[in-house]
Design a protein around this ligand. Structure first.
Ligand SMILES: C[S@@+](CC[C@H](N)C(=O)[O-])C[C@H]1O[C@@H](n2cnc3c(N)ncnc32)[C@H](O)[C@@H]1O
Length: 231
C-alpha cells in the first residue's frame, strides 16, 4: 500500500469515527426527554394509547352520557366541548378527539413529542372545516389549571392517580368528567367503567372524588381499634 492511499484510508477512518460519534451524541440528546420522566416525583413514561384504548375513551363517554341522559359531552355546532389530554405523547388522543368535533388540547412535557404533535398539526391537519384545530402546549400538567375543561383524559400510572385526583378535584368544573385510561384511581369509586384488559377506561365526576375524600376523612378520624394492639 502506498503512503498516499494509507493517509486517505486513515482520513476515511477518522471521518467514519466522527460520523458514528456525532450520531451517537445525536441519539443520546434525543433520548434525554424520554429518560428524564423517570427522575420526577411521578414518573410517567411515554407509552402510546392503542387504537382500542382511544375508541374506548369515547365509547365510555358516550355510554355514560346515554346512561345519565347527558347531552353536554357530545360536541355539535352549538355545543363546544373542551377536552384536554394530560401528557399527550404524540397527540393521537387529541387528533382523534378533534376529528370527533371536540375542542381538543394536549399538554406534553417531552419537547420531541410536543414538536412532533405541532408538526403533525401543520402537515396532516388540513381542510378540516367545521372542526377545531388541535392545540398543543409544552407544559407540566401538574401546573396547568383545569377549570376550563369539560373532559380530562389521562393515561397515567397507578402511583400518581391519587395525587392527580386531589389536584383535579380542586380545579375541575362541577360538570367535568375525568376519563382515566388503563388505571382506575385506586379506592375512588368510578361513575362508569369499561373493562377491556389493558385498554380499560374509568370515568369519574367531581362528586365521586368528593365522596372519596369524605371516606378518607372518616378513616383518618376513626379511632385505633384496641384489638389491633399486639401486646
Ligand atoms: C402514558 S403516555 C400517554 C401518551 C398519550 N396520552 C397517549 O395516550 O398516547 C404519558 C405521557 O405523559 C408525558 N408526561 C409525563 N409527565 C408529564 C408532565 N408532568 N406533564 C406533561 N406531560 C407529561 C410523557 O412524556 C408521555 O408522553
Amino acid at each position: 500500500m502506498s503512503e498516499q492511499s494509507g493517509k486517505q484510508g486513515s482520513k476515511l477512518g477518522l471521518y467514519l469515527a466522527m460520523g458514528v460519534g456525532a450520531t451517537a451524541i445525536g441519539f443520546s440528546i434525543a433520548a434525554i426527554p424520554f429518560l428524564t420522566p423517570a427522575l420526577r416525583t411521578h414518573a410517567l413514561p411515554y407509552v402510546p394509547a392503542t387504537t382500542k384504548q382511544i375508541e374506548n375513551v369515547f365509547k365510555a363517554v358516550k355510554g355514560y352520557s346515554l346512561e345519565k341522559s347527558l347531552t353536554k359531552k357530545a360536541p355539535s355546532k352549538t355545543n363546544v366541548v373542551r377536552l384536554i389530554d394530560l401528557g399527550s405523547g404524540d397527540g393521537r388522543i387529541v387528533f382523534d378527539a378533534a376529528e370527533r368535533g371536540y375542542h381538543a388540547t394536549g399538554v406534553e412535557l417531552n419537547t420531541m413529542l410536543y414538536l412532533y404533535s405541532k408538526f403533525k398539526t401543520f402537515t396532516a391537519w388540513k381542510n378540516k372545516s367545521g372542526l377545531f384545530r388541535p392545540v398543543f402546549k409544552r407544559a407540566d400538567f401538574w401546573k396547568v389549571n383545569m377549570t376550563q375543561y369539560d373532559l380530562i383524559v389521562v393515561f397515567g400510572v397507578q402511583g400518581m392517580m391519587k395525587d392527580l385526583a386531589s389536584k383535579l378535584k380542586e380545579e375541575m368544573k362541577p360538570d367535568c368528567l375525568i376519563v382515566s385510561c388503563r388505571f382506575p384511581i385506586s379506592s375512588y369509586k368510578s361513575v362508569f367503567r369499561l373493562e377491556d384488559e389493558l385498554d380499560g377506561v374509568w370515568i369519574y365526576d367531581k362528586e365521586s372524588l368528593d365522596n372519596l375524600v369524605e371516606e378518607e376523612k372518616k378513616s383518618e378520624s376513626k379511632p385505633i381499634d384496641e384489638d389491633d394492639d399486639d401486646d
